[in-house]
Design a binder for this molecule. Structure first.
Ligand code: ZN
Length: 82
């Protein structure tokens, strides 16, 4: 199974939370190793999680993931066509 970027984004918070099953986690990891867009997403998502602390009750600001995904769509379009 090959993950595309959208798959990775859907799982990225679970990935950071270490709650993905092993096989999927490895696929995400492999994708991140060669995908700059997703690495950037991982970094910014991780920063948000750090800011919100480690109390396991983190929730992204309302609309965050929608906005994030929209931005990622833009960036992907740009990298595909630019
Ligand atoms: Zn990607």
């Amino acid at each position: 199974m090959v993950l595309n970027c959208k798959h990775v984004w859907e799982h990225i918070s679970e990935y950071l939370d270490d709650s993905l099953e092993e096989a999927l986690r490895e696929e995400v990891q492999r994708h991140l190793d060669h995908c700059e867009v997703c690495s950037a997403v991982l970094d910014s998502t991780r920063n948000i999680l750090v800011l919100t602390g480690d109390d396991r009750t983190f929730s992204l600001p309302l609309g965050f993931s929608e906005r994030l995904h929209r931005r990622l769509d833009d960036e992907m379009q740009r990298s595909l066509h630019g």
